[in-house]
Design a protein around this ligand. Structure first.
Ligand SMILES: *[C@@H]1O[C@H](CO)[C@@H](O)[C@H](O)[C@H]1NC(C)=O
Ligand SMILES: CC(=O)N[C@H]1CO[C@H](CO)[C@@H](O)[C@@H]1O
Length: 748
């Protein structure tokens, strides 16, 4: 087909199998959901009968769940999976490969230790790609000399690390990851047909080399850590001229722009110990002044876009978080397969890789891995026109990010290369770059509106991706077996809940703004695509129906009032089918995406906890912002010192409630729902046994029982555990008090 005409596609796309079966299943779900709603409407208690308002509340909750279920179908209708053919890309002449800029953002040397940032930067510098075509930019929003010191060390270490990676085909190329784990797992294939003695000799040599290299790395790490602990760089270690930028009156919120080109690959001296040129490495701290809003990460990214435009101006930009190292040295080539394909690549604006974590536990206690989201839903979005921009692990086309509209005439000039033509000295380049990283540069420009990342929203990445797609571009999702990027997930419950509050709050903010995907994308994106966006944008409103469903049926069980059909009624079947089929399907989806059975159960628990706390607060904050009562702010995950043994508990998959005060109210809600259901279940079962009648309240007993089962770790943390990660006694008392109140409420 296409190959006959001389075109060799660089990637292929497969549709998911079994869609007909899925569509039949979805049809059966839809019918049952309709039956449930019909039952609700037709069997409402008469005025004056008990439970009338609760009945209508259940109806409202079920209407919402039905609506939400329908929008989640958009991404399940036609997921697509992508495969790349990197070997065909390699057949292009190396000279034809485009330059690539890599942006790394860091904001706080305490929460994001410089030693970690260095390993990430080194992993990105070590991509298997012509080094003269790579430029790595680190944006340091704290403007900290500690980070600068660390990056200077990285520039030195790279001279040995990059040759080491090439020679031994090291994977992954983050030194921290390589030396911590599977290290030494080696590439001995080349020795396989040698004599045993040779193999042994080679093996010993290699391990000696490995060990001495590991020492070198550990020494660098401890120098960086020592400086971080000290909090400043000792005079004798300030060997780079760039340290003169830091003066005593400088603070992280008030300083001039700093741009330091640490490695300039145009220079003859920028070579590693093998004499091979090194990638360009640039440190940037944009200007910060108290009177100017800095727009968080979006502001940093935009400054990087401008600064890089005078230094390397590469047509492709990779954006990675400072805690996300490259786990695959081939990822650049993977991404290029999509944008450089001659027939299907012209309109691809960005290639999103999944966000994966190296430190989730086996059963993913806090459901951070989001495997279904990245395994199923993003592939579904890809089939509809492209995934969201998730803020990290994403390759962008510079022009698309800078506001260019896609037209069919658009053609990228891959060979353009300012870096090579640029003959200016480093200091002139630095000065020009600094003038682009000032606070006032963006005043009265389209930066943050039409150009670069959008401002004004906590989830600037989602809006930015949406705007790019609305300018006619497509995006592609690439989820290879071996992950391209690995990051660090939260390891305690409060951290997880706070993170989700921030995400869901920002997402809901989008719906309430002029960027609501349904309207903003009208005429530009497919309806299914716009609905797909709403899955995430409407995470937060799920909170209220869920809270209702978790408490009201149980409280009415306590009073012996039925809110569901009797077990003998034919209507019961539709309720049972919806509940059972929905969960069975979600289990299958989870298992296919790589979760374990216990992992799925943990996801259900976290789903309940997130909805009743993070999403609830996100909804409330948005409502308050709507009426002007509060301005939605950006709360950075409160990093408090966790108890020493919290890491051990994390490994044993014991929930960590910790000591964070900010999560106190969240825990009271969690504790109260857990206790209400426990109390109601006990009474409900007692009554059922005493009356010898299970049918009437069966559904409520089951719901209550399942909620209690999900909450077992919560009861443990409230009453049984003695360690420091348990729920604090004040939270337990508050929850118990509220439970007693709720059960005694006369209105029920
Ligand atoms: C990361 O890369 C290593 C090889 O270096 C591979 O064995 C591992 O499976 C990768 N991790 C993930 C999560 O894909
Ligand atoms: C970087 C980081 O925080 N890594 C942690 C991931 O989780 C494991 C426990 O499973 C810790 O040992 C690591 O320190």
């Amino acid at each position: 087909m296409a190959e006959a005409s001389g075109h060799r596609p660089l990637f292929s796309t497969q549709s998911a199998s079994g869609r007909t079966v899925y569509k039949l299943f979805a049809g059966s779900m839809l019918v049952s959901i309709c039956l449930v709603l019909i039952y609700r409407v037709s069997h409402a208690p008469e005025a004056g009968e008990s439970g009338r308002w609760a009945w209508f509340g259940m109806l409202a909750a079920e209407l919402w769940f039905s609506f939400y279920w329908i929008i989640t179908q958009s991404v399940r209708w036609n997921p697509v999976y992508r495969t790349t053919f990197k070997d065909r890309l390699s057949q292009l002449e190396e000279a034809e490969l485009p330059c690539v800029d890599i942006f790394v953002c860091t904001a706080d040397p305490v929460a994001e230790p410089p030693a970690m940032v260095v390993s990430t930067v080194l992993s990105l510098m070590a991509y298997d790609y012509p080094p003269e075509k790579l430029s790595v930019y680190l944006s340091d929003d704290s403007g900290s000399e500690l980070t600068f010191y660390a990056i200077c060390e990285a520039a030195q270490f790279a001279k040995r690390w990059l040759p080491f990676c090439r020679r031994h085909r090291v994977e992954p190329r983050s030194p921290a990851a390589y030396f911590s784990g599977s290290a030494g797992a080696s590439d001995d294939k080349e020795h396989s047909d040698m004599k045993v003695g040779h193999v042994l000799f080679g093996f010993i040599c290699k391990n000696l080399k490995f060990l001495s290299f590991q020492n070198l790395f550990r020494e660098m790490e401890s120098r960086i850590d020592a400086v971080s602990i000290l909090g400043k760089v000792p005079k004798e270690q300030k060997t780079h001229k760039g340290f003169s930028e830091w003066t005593s009156e400088m603070t992280s919120k008030n300083h001039q722009p700093i741009v330091q080109i640490l490695i300039d690959s145009r220079e003859e001296t920028s070579v590693d110990i093998d004499g091979i040129v090194l990638p360009t490495l640039v440190y940037m701290a944009r200007e910060k002044r108290p009177q100017h809003h800095h727009n968080f990460k979006a502001g940093a990214m935009n400054a990087l876009l401008r600064v890089s435009s005078v230094i390397s101006n590469s047509p492709i930009i990779l954006n990675a978080d400072c805690d996300m190292y490259s786990n695959n040295s081939q990822s650049i080539r993977d991404a290029l397969c999509f944008v450089m394909d001659e027939q299907q690549g012209h309109d691809v604006a960005f290639v999103q890789f999944p966000q994966c974590y190296e430190n989730t536990t086996k059963n993913d206690l806090y459901a951070n891995a989001l495997k279904v989201l990245f395994g199923v839903e993003f592939s579904g979005l890809d089939g509809l026109g492209g995934p969201l921009y998730a803020g990290t692990g994403c390759f962008h086309r510079r022009n698309a990010l800078c506001g260019t509209k896609y037209t069919t005439e658009y053609k990228e000039d891959w060979k353009r290369r300012t870096k090579m033509e640029n003959r200016e000295t480093v200091s002139i380049l630095e000065d020009r770059a600094k003038s682009l990283a000032t606070c006032i540069y963006e005043l009265n420009t389209q930066w943050g509106k039409e150009i670069g990342l959008a401002y004004g929203c906590v989830v600037e990445d989602v809006i930015t991706g949406l705007m790019i797609q609305c300018r006619g571009w497509r995006s592609v999702y690439f989820n290879p077996e071996r992950k391209g990027f690995l990051g660090v997930a939260p390891t305690t419950l409060p951290q997880t809940l706070v993170q989700h509050k921030r995400w869901s709050e920002g997402d809901l903010q989008i719906v309430l703004s002029k960027y609501c995907p349904l309207f903003y994308g009208h005429g530009k994106l497919k309806l299914g695509h716009r609905i797909g966006y709403c899955i995430y944008c409407l995470w937060a409103p799920n909170s209220i129906p869920t809270l209702f469903y978790l408490t009201i049926p149980s409280l009415f069980l306590l009073k012996g009032v039925s809110l569901f059909p009797e077990a003998s009624s034919p209507w019961f079947v539709s309720f049972a089918y919806v509940a059972a089929a929905k969960n069975a399907y979600s289990l299958v989806e989870s298992l296919i995406s790589g979760d374990t059975l216990v992992g799925w159960w943990n996801i259900q628990r976290m789903w309940m906890l997130k909805r009743t706390t993070s999403y609830l607060f996100a909804t409330i904050d948005n409502m308050l912002a709507l009426v002007g009562a509060s301005k939605a702010g950006f709360v950075i995950t409160a990093k408090v010192a966790e108890p020493d043994d919290s890491a051990k508990r994390y490994e044993r998959e014991v929930m960590e409630f910790g000591t964070t005060a900010s999560a106190g109210v969240m825990f009271v809600i969690i504790g109260t729902t857990a206790l209400i259901n426990l109390a109601c279940l006990v009474v409900g079962l007692q009554r059922a046994v005493a009356d010898q009648a299970f049918g009437g309240l069966l559904m409520q007993n089951v719901i209550c029982g399942l909620v209690v089962a999900l909450n077992l770790p919560i009861y443990e943390a409230m009453f049984l555990r003695k360690d420091e990660g348990r729920m604090s006694s004040s939270t337990v008392f508050a929850s118990a008090g509220l439970t007693v109140l709720a059960c005694a409420l006369p209105v029920l």
